[in-house]
Design a protein around this ligand. Sequence first.
Ligand code: COI
Length: 367
Amino acid sequence: MKIPIAIHRTPTSKVTKVDVEQSPLGTVFTDHMFICEYADGMWKYPRIEPLAMIPTHPAAMALHYGQAIFEGMKAVVNTEGVPVLFRPEANALRFNNSAARMGMPTIDPALFVAAVRQFVGVEHAWIPKQRGSALYVRPFMYADEPFIGMRAATRYKFMIIATPAQPLFSKKIRLLAETNYIRAAQGGTGAAKAAGNYAAAILPTEEAKRKQFDQLLWLDAEEHRYIQEVGTMNIFFKIAGKVITPAITGTILAGITRDSVLTLLKDRGVAVEERPIAIDELLQAARDGVLEEAFGTGTAAGITIIDQIQYKDEVLQFPPSTPVATAMLQQLEGIKTQEQSDSYGWVVPADTSVQEDVSSKVYTHHS
Ligand code: COI
C-alpha cells in the first residue's frame, strides 16, 4: 500500500539563495518539514508542508520530562542523478527501539520510510553534490501534550527536517577519555537515541573542547575502564591486525554506520571482534607497538580518523597510516553513491513521483 502523505509545497523555495555545498551541518534548513500527530492511540494526518515554527504549549511534556528522540540519516545523489538514502529501514527500527525505551509510541516502519523517501523527493534540489557532502535528514518525535505530572504523554509529534551537510570532521581528531562524568549505565537509556543522552553530554564535551580536544571518549559507568563510544560516534580499533569495537550491551548506540562497517569488514575476510575493550588494553598495545588504528563511525561523522586519545596523563598516539579507515570510507561512499555495486540492498531511492497534493486524512495508524 502506498501511504498517502499530503504535500503542500512552498511557492518560494530558498534553495537558489543558499550555497548548499558550503553550509555547515545544522545551520541552514530546507524549504519543507514533514509532520504527523499522535493522539487517541494513532498517528494521523501525515503531511509535508513549508518549514514553519510549530506552536508549542509551555506545558508540552517534552520540555519538562524529556520524552524526545531522533534519528540521523543522509541523502546523496547517485551516479545516475537519482536522490538516494542509505538504510532508512534501519533508522526506522532504531527509532522504534528508542521510542519503546522512552515510553513513546512506535511508528509503522512503512510510514517512517515513506515519509523520509517522499520528503527527500520534495527536497532533492538541496542535496549537495560534492563527494562526502550530503543532505542530513533529521526525523524526530517529541511529547507535545500539555500536562504537568510524571507519566507517558498521550500526544506526540513525529517530524522530519533536513539540512545540507559537509563531513562533521574534516581532519583527524583528538579525544579525551572521560574519567569523571559518565554517558550511560546498565539499565539506563544509553542505547536509545534520546535527546536527554545528548543533553547530559554537552557540559563534559564543552569542558573537553576548552582543553583543545575535539570529542570525548566515554568509559563505562561502573569502573571507568571499558571503552563505550565517542560523543557522536561508535569507535573501532585495530590492534595487532584485528579490528575490534565495543559490543552492543545496552549502554551504547547501535550505530548503522558501525553495523555497515562490521558487515563490509567481515565480507572482506578481516578478523573483527565485538567485545569489551578496556583502556588498559589500549595502553598495553601502545607499549607493545601494536596499536595500529582508531576511527569513529557515525551518520553525521561518517568515518572519522582518530589521531590521539588522552587518558589521564598518558597520550595514545596512533600511526599516520590508516588503511582500514580509508578503505571503509571509500567503500561506504562508493556504495552510497552507487559507484560501487550495492550488493546489500542498502541504498533506497527517494520518492520523487508525488507531484500533486493528495489527502492524508485517510491514513491513520495504531502504534
Ligand atoms: C548523527 O550522527 O546522526 C548524530 O545524531 C550526531 C549529531 C549530534 C549530529
